[in-house]
Design a protein around this ligand. Structure first.
Ligand SMILES: [Zn+2]
Ligand SMILES: [Zn+2]
Length: 214
């Protein structure tokens, strides 16, 4: 599988725009690409997609982690380009529900497609995406508001976490990350420096344009 960061507070390529927010493209062999979150601004999301040669019309599934503007702001612009034929997975607490046929409201943990899971909405605010791979579970997070520990615990229902990618907010119980083979602490992560110094061999920089092959 492959994850491409489309929208992040920083950028790894000069031709892409950095902006506070998060979005990534999750490509799993055998299924069409899935959009995880949509960043803050639709125009930046679509421009970054264009420069990364990601065609919004090729995406059939969208997963929204939580109802914060820096993750949902680009949704309507994306849907305008995509048109119909979308499945949209949102947590129960998401309020700005667009009028799409394929709206799926997530409460508890569930397998949303083969080998791809939602942790369910945790702490009444946020769901995380869990992809089962040969190496273990790849856990993609928006801001980790429920706490990284709770998210990894919920993900563990489906297997052994291998990678953690996304915003970790103010998370500082660093021992929880022990055992992971890949950490990409980006977006709102406050303690990036500490994570990189504690786990130098497995930590990688985020930034729009970063491609993570797993
Ligand atoms: Zn948030
Ligand atoms: Zn955020």
């Amino acid at each position: 599988m492959r994850i491409t960061l489309l929208y992040d507070n920083t950028t790894s390529r000069q031709d892409l725009e950095a902006d506070w927010g998060f979005s990534c493209l999750v490509e799993v062999e055998g299924s069409s690409p899935m959009l995880f979150d949509t960043g803050a601004k639709g125009d930046i999301l679509l421009r970054n997609m264009g420069r990364l040669s990601v065609d919004p019309r090729s995406i059939s599934d969208v997963f929204i982690s939580h109802d914060h503007w820096d993750h949902t702001g680009g949704l309507n612009a994306f849907l305008d380009v995509k048109g119909s034929g979308i499945r949209l997975f949102v947590p129960r607490s998401f309020t700005g529900r667009p009028d799409v046929d394929g709206l799926k409201i997530i409460d508890g943990p569930e397998e949303i497609m083969e080998g791809v899971f939602s942790t369910g909405e945790l702490a009444g605010i946020e769901q995380s995406l869990v992809v089962n791979t040969e190496k273990g579970l790849v856990v993609v997070v928006g801001c980790s508001h429920p706490g990284v520990e709770s998210i990894l615990k919920a993900a563990s229902e489906f297997g052994t976490p291998y990678a953690l990618i996304g915003g970790l907010h103010g998370f500082n119980r660093f021992e929880v990350l022990k055992g992971l083979s890949l950490i990409c602490p980006c977006h709102c992560t406050q303690y990036q420096k500490e994570i990189f110094s504690l786990y130098p061999d497995v930590s990688i920089q985020g930034g729009a344009g970063r491609v993570i092959s797993l």
